[in-house]
Design a protein around this ligand. Structure first.
Ligand code: ADP
Ligand code: MG
Length: 646
């Protein structure tokens, strides 16, 4: 049976259904209400005020419609409610006039005032209240379809559409679920809260179960082996390397390092997300792991989302590993093919222990000799497909993903199926909270003063230029403009600029000069958003701050405050200041992302690429986290007992 076979669904209605995201019978019967209105009939009395009064009544007079303020209207009529005559008013429902006729029984929901005998209705249903408690499913609607029509289609569909249980029998029994078919009937036609709860429970479970099962099957298909090689790590060497670092690891860094070293040593594949706020020091942890792998004879691939970042990691690695004999190489898309060839050769011949690069790492030319560990920095920047591709470069390397955009465990679980999560919660010693100010464009003078103070103190400043659109041409104009302005304002200082139109070498040169302090103010587009580490920078100025998500602002702000000096961040905008003010208060990336999530929706948290995987119809991965964990375990158990080779 198809949608178009339903009574009343012609080509036009079919289009409307499509608008609601309903393309087939399955979509239709699973077009769940987004909320339920629970109506409990109230007893009218002469004393009691009700904010939400509900009762049916019989219409006593022809409604009068009056218009005011141009577009608004008010509909008024008298009604017999539990033998009391009340005056009912409802706003902007003039269209109901012809349906509210004397003698008809209707249900009124609204605010009741016993002194005046009036009800200001928020809603009027054109039928009797059948039970003392009535639950009304509320659906997302679009132009062309009423709630009543939609429910008719759904119920019609439920009659003819064959719904098979996707929850296996043993789990149905275990949790006392009802059949999916019954559950669907109930959710669209709820009679009481108890059965509705059971139905919801069943369908939520079903939703998460089918999803998890799919994720796990995919995973299984993608990985021939879940086993990894046991890495015979030379622990003494690793410990010595840790001791040789220019600083002492923080407690959290140490903890996660040893946690992951255990993963590497075991024969089960490591699949771990290392999460830590901007500046918490994830890179060095990943380097320790790369070093450990090399002592066991395995190569490591480290993938960064931008060239600038890949190069920074490369430089750091060269520095950290200079006395260890570990061989580091860089591979980026823009390298000359001769250079690339050389890298490919060395990689194949095991002359490289750690290869750092951009997505060029997963190009077809790369062939590792003994890839044992894959690290992706700023994990959330990569699409799912890219990750899978890199993993396939070896039979089954251990995988470490790093992200500063805090991915709540819930998401980790749903996006990545079964990823372990390690967190670095503390910052290296001596770090100060970055003081943040939201400033109007006409307060730019204050900002310049802040910049000046930093420069006078031999510190440096980042200035993120306004962003009109993601267009290299206009971005360039903006950066260039701003550079001139800053040059005028800071005559004795050197202003540099970084933008998408620079070629690699130029970018590199600018970054290097900034690092060395030869450039005092770096004007930039958001190329520097992730990962860049210049300790001496203490001021971050962001123009058009309202154009960014809070998490992104937090990332940008994280470029400063990387030493024991007081750093400052200025967010310049005339709009959206309420949202931006959150940045003044909050310095915790996790909380900021929560706030961002609430304000902008989950899509923005990960970029559009991954958001699709996160949206469920019934379940909310935050709220239903416990259920999600249960489902994951059930799916694992289920897969263990079934043969899915076919
Ligand atoms: P992120 O976690 O944002 O990637 P980085 O790895 O770039 O952070 O580290 C931020 C800065 O802190 C770097 O300059 C790094 O050298 C420094 N750092 C890392 N760990 C420590 C530590 N334990 N003590 C002092 N400084 C550290
Ligand atoms: Mg980093």
């Amino acid at each position: 049976m198809e949608l178009k076979d339903l009574v009343g669904v012609g080509p036009k209605t079919l289009n409307y259904l499509n608008d609601l995201g309903i393309y087939n019978m399955d979509d239709l019967v699973k077009d769940y209400p987004y909320r339920f209105e629970v109506l409990i009939k109230r007893n009218i009395d002469d004393e009691r005020y009700y904010d939400s009064f509900v009762s049916d009544g019989v219409v006593q007079s022809i409604p009068v419609v009056s218009f005011f303020k141009g577009r608004m209207n008010r509909l008024t009529f008298r009604c017999n409610v539990q033998n009391k005559l009340v005056k009912v008013t409802i706003f902007n429902r003039a269209f109901l006039k012809n349906n509210i006729t004397p003698g008809k029984t209707i249900t009124i929901i609204g605010k009741y005032n016993p002194k005046t005998g009036t009800i200001i209705a928020s809603n009027i249903l054109l039928n009797k209240l059948e039970n003392k408690v009535q639950i009304i499913p509320v659906y997302h609607l679009c132009k062309g379809i009423t709630s009543k029509q939609l429910r008719n289609f759904i119920n019609e569909g439920l009659k003819y559409y064959d719904i098979k249980n996707s929850i296996p029998d043993e789990l149905m029994k275990k949790y006392d679920f009802i059949s999916e078919c019954d559950a669907l009937k109930i959710i669209h036609n709820p009679t009481d809260e108890k059965t509705l709860k059971t139905a919801l429970k069943t369908l939520k479970y079903e939703e998460l179960f089918t999803y998890m099962l799919r994720v796990r099957m995919l995973k299984k298909k993608n990985e021939e082996h879940n086993k990894s090689f046991i890495k015979n790590i030379n622990e003494e060497k690793v410990n010595n390397f840790i001791k040789s670092l220019p600083f002492e690891l923080t407690k959290d860094q140490e903890k996660v390092t040893y946690e992951m070293l255990d993963d590497l040593k075991s024969d089960t594949k490591m699949n771990r997300l290392l999460q830590g706020d901007v500046g918490s020091g994830k890179t060095v942890v990943s380097f320790v792991l790369a070093y450990a792998s090399s002592t066991a004879g395995y190569q490591t691939a480290m993938m960064a989302p931008t060239e600038v970042l890949a190069k920074q990691h490369y430089k750091n690695a060269l520095d950290l590993f200079k006395n260890t004999g570990l061989k580091v190489a860089l591979l980026t898309g823009k390298m000359k093919s001769k250079e690339k060839k050389e890298v490919y050769e060395n990689l194949k011949n095991n002359k490289i222990d750690l290869l750092i690069g951009t997505h060029a790492l997963i190009s077809d030319g790369t062939e590792f000799n003994s890839l044992g560990l894959v690290i992706t920095d700023e994990q959330h920047r990569f699409g799912v497909n890219q990750r899978l591709k890199l993993k396939n470069k070896s039979i089954s390397p251990d995988v470490l993903m790093m992200s500063a955009t805090p991915i709540p465990r819930t998401y980790a679980l749903t996006i990545y199926g079964d990823t372990d999560v390690s967190s670095i919660k503390s910052m290296p010693k001596g770090r100060k909270k970055v003081i943040t100010y939201v400033k109007k464009t006409d307060e730019v003078k204050d900002v310049l003063q802040g910049v000046y103070a930093a420069l006078k103190n031999n510190n440096q400043a980042y200035v993120i230029s306004p962003m009109i659109e993601e267009n290299e041409e206009t971005d360039y104009t903006n950066v260039n403009d701003l550079k001139h302005k800053f040059e005028l304002a800071f005559k004795n200082y050197k202003v540099g600029m970084l933008h998408g139109k620079l070629d690699d070498e130029e970018k590199e040169k600018v970054m290097q000069e900034f690092k060395e302090g030869k450039i005092n103010i770096l004007i930039s587009t958001t190329v520097i958003e992730v990962g860049v580490d210049v300790k001496n920078a203490t001021v971050m100025v962001i123009f058009d701050a309202d154009r960014f998500g809070l998490s992104q602002l937090h990332q940008l702000r994280g470029r400063v405050g990387r030493n024991d000096l007081q750093s400052y961040c200025y967010l310049i905008s005339d709009k959206d200041t309420k949202r931006l003010k959150i940045m003044e208060e909050e310095n915790d990336g996790y909380k900021i992302s929560e706030a961002d999530f609430k304000l902008r929706g989950q899509g923005d948290l990960f970029g559009s690429r991954q958001s699709g995987a996160l949206t469920f119809k019934l379940s909310d991965v935050r709220r239903d986290y416990d259920l999600l964990v249960k489902v994951r375990d059930d799916v694992n158990e289920y897969m263990k007992n079934k043969d899915f080779s076919g």
